[in-house]
Design a protein around this ligand. Structure first.
Ligand SMILES: C[S@@+](CC[C@H](N)C(=O)[O-])C[C@H]1O[C@@H](n2cnc3c(N)ncnc32)[C@H](O)[C@@H]1O
Length: 263
């Protein structure tokens, strides 16, 4: 049984969870706190985006770095570097026009902004609280002259963005927090804003067993589900095997919008 299977088994079912708790007692209090918050926010917010926006408001008020999943400044810098290095090694050039979905507080975004030509970075997020921290990152890094766009969105339809404009799109640790209908919405509409030949890289929590979620915060998908969804929506989709070598728990898929002669 590989480690992915073991994680799946541990997280599913009451016995599995009790076993996991016994082995990780330090995680019990944060889990109970998250469960209580989930119950409260679930009652207040019926749709997923407003629910998750409230989660981010709470998390960002405690620590913006932790809100995007990094326990320390050091980890925040390392995780941003990992995303940046991978994309540059796999095709990102300074003249690309990049859309970053769920840009957070610019953990990787500030590196993209520094690298890309001015005005070529467009970050969107559902959370106004984390976007305030994104602006702080920009000023702390002295990147004001790069003129990035940072915009709050209510959904992932990109209605306000031009067709066939972006050459690259990126979403790191975003789909791990979204149900399948949000992924479908994103993939459906991102097709319009990408140029033919443009690509979209995203990470996801991978399971090889049944798909599941933890509270309404973390979602686990089978690779085949996402590859066939992307193909159904007109992309060429590929699981990125070489990303698995990096020290990160999520997996990565690249979807490419075919050029007319390829479709
Ligand atoms: C774990 S953080 C990762 C942030 C950034 N991508 C990074 O790697 O640092 C997830 C981010 O996605 C945003 N997010 C979650 N669901 C979203 C959605 N449906 N549309 C856009 N952003 C979303 C959250 O507000 C949060 O900023």
């Amino acid at each position: 049984m590989n480690s992915q299977h073991e994680t799946d088994r541990r997280r599913r079912g009451l016995l599995g969870r009790l076993h996991h708790a016994a082995r990780n007692p330090g995680r019990i209090y944060p889990y109970l706190r998250r469960t209580a918050r989930d119950t409260m926010l679930r009652l207040r917010h019926r749709d997923h985006v407003s629910y998750y926006r409230a989660v981010m408001a709470d998390d960002a008020a405690r620590s913006p770095h932790k809100a995007v999943g990094s326990a320390s400044e050091e980890r925040w810098l390392a995780l941003g570097q990992m995303q940046f290095d991978y994309l540059v090694e796999h095709g990102l050039t300074p003249s690309d026009r990049m859309l970053e979905i769920g840009c957070g507080n610019l953990r990787a975004g500030w590196r993209f902004i520094e690298y890309l030509e001015p005005g070529h970075y467009y970050g969107v997020d559902i959370s106004p609280d984390i976007l305030v921290h994104a602006q702080r990152t920009l000023s702390e890094r002295g990147l004001q002259d790069r003129m990035p766009y940072l915009t709050m969105v209510a959904d992932l339809t990109f209605e306000f963005l031009p067709s066939e404009h972006f050459t690259v799109a990126h979403a790191h640790s975003v789909f791990s927090h979204c149900p399948l209908d949000v992924l479908r919405e994103c993939l459906t509409h991102i097709h319009r804003v990408l140029v033919p030949g443009g690509f979209f890289d995203f990470t996801f929590n991978r399971t090889s067993g049944a798909e599941y979620q933890v509270l309404r915060e973390d979602y686990y998908f089978r690779t085949e589900t996402l590859l066939s969804l992307a193909e159904e929506l007109g992309f060429h989709a590929e699981f990125r095997e070489d990303w698995e070598e990096r020290p990160h728990r999520q997996s990565k898929i690249r979807v490419v919008k075919p050029k007319p002669e390829e479709s």
